[in-house]
Design a protein around this ligand. Sequence first.
Ligand code: G3P
Ligand code: CA
Length: 269
Amino acid sequence: DQPQGSPGSRRPISVVAHRGASEDAPEHTLAAYRRAVEDGADALECDVRLTADGHLVCVHDRRVNRTSNGRGAVSSLELAELAELDFGSWKGRLGDEESPETESREHTSVLTLERLLRLVEEQAAAGRRVELAIETKHPTRWAGQVEEELLRVLARHDPAIPVRVMSFSARSLHRIRAAAPWIPTVYLMQFLLPRHRDGRLPPGVGIAGPSIRILRNHPEYVAWAHREGHRVHVWTVDDPADVELCALLGVDAIITNRPRRVLDQLDEM
Ligand code: G3P
Ligand code: CA
């Protein structure tokens, strides 16, 4: 089992920036991930979807309508079309007025998984270890293709990058494990179903990913999962009372939209 938190860190709980530092910057943009790194996050969370021409981009919703000035499903748009869109303005101005135009455009345009991996590599080259937690979002129509492309992209990057794959779909995690059993996997759970009650996970999955709602209603879940030898990564934890609950229960990672504030709270405990 891996140690909790980052190597060298005195904090027992790892803090994961959900869609980047998405409370302060537009989610899933380079700006949000750079902010998360500056804020001290131990790991970065991202959702990945396939474009019409087969690239993996970091977008949560099926459509781009909420987070860009465009319309339509990610799967119906090509990467070049997505690259024309602005994924930053919906969140308001970014404050970094002194950035050259090219840099600020890159900061708020669609983010490919490739570019996010490069950011993590750039950090590693500068001596900063940041983990990457990639969640597969995959309509049935794309069954298998998201995982295949994800593994192809990872194969083009430094194998030392600490990557894990998360999903609500046991089948998606199974595909990853079958092809790349060395990649840690996280099984996400929104509600506690009867089959989850003993803390067991789908075969080969090492990390439980319960919602904070599960822990509010069933705080005993953390002990169940730990007894089965699983780490527990909880999402999405923004409320200070929930951070306190997570610390009390001894979870292994907190996934949050506000990494700096959570780190400050944990440091004060
Ligand atoms: O980290 C898990 C969490 O991101 C799952 O929910 O909808 O934000 O992808 P969602
Ligand atoms: Ca997610």
